[in-house]
Ligand binder design. Sequence first.
Ligand code: DGL
Length: 270
Amino acid sequence: MPFNKAIAMLDSGVGGLTVVREIFKELPAERIIYFGDTARMPYGPRSPGEVRRFAEEIIEFLCTQDIKMAIVACNSASAAGLPRYQGTHEIPILGVIEPGVRAALAHTRSKKIGVIGTSGTVESGAYEAAIRALDPGVEVISRACPLFVLIVENNLTEAPETRVVAKEYLAPLKEAGVDTLILGCTHYPLMEGVIGQVMGEGVKLVSSARETAREARKILTSLHLLNPDSSREEGCRGGHRYYCSGPPAPFEEIGKKLLQQRVKAYRVLF
Ligand code: DGL
């Protein structure tokens, strides 16, 4: 039955697992097939064309599995070409930018929204365009934070140096007085603690991961593809599959910490 098929997700590394975590909460009966392109991360400094090519390659691979939806759980890959991926496949393909934008607009009172992301995402202007399309009166202050991805992938979020780096990156956003900050990279919710401390209590952090999971539920419901067991408390018992292009061990370690369950990853080389 189509509703028994899995939801596929992709990212350059472990960042998209923040979306998996939210899918587990929002749609506990759904089965996940995840791909982390750890051998080619970070995507942020690469050209949009290259990131698009990688994402297309991974989506092709994921489409060989039994899937009913794909989530591009990576802002850089969403910014580089979501409409293209959507135009070439029959299954619904979601990105992470629009859901986060809607949540940020619902929250802001000062109409000053900060966006942090990779260089690729910030340079693409995808967030500004999505925000202005819905509310042209909003001021958007964006900042690339390229070291954050490396901090997360190397399990250094608790290191004292991380706070120093965060203070440096976030200073212009604090000075601008944003009341809402979009974590425009799926790795960043893993640094929510330090980012929140630096920005202070008055600033709402918007994780596109949570919003994307809600959006996935809406789309699956409207297409009658939602697993009917989604309301069952015990959720989907296993059956999830994780792939990565680099060595599995570091991926498995961070995955286990983040998802609070054993993560066995299989290496796939392109
Ligand atoms: N997690 C990704 C994103 O949301 C990619 C980070 C990277 O590889 O630079 O942008």
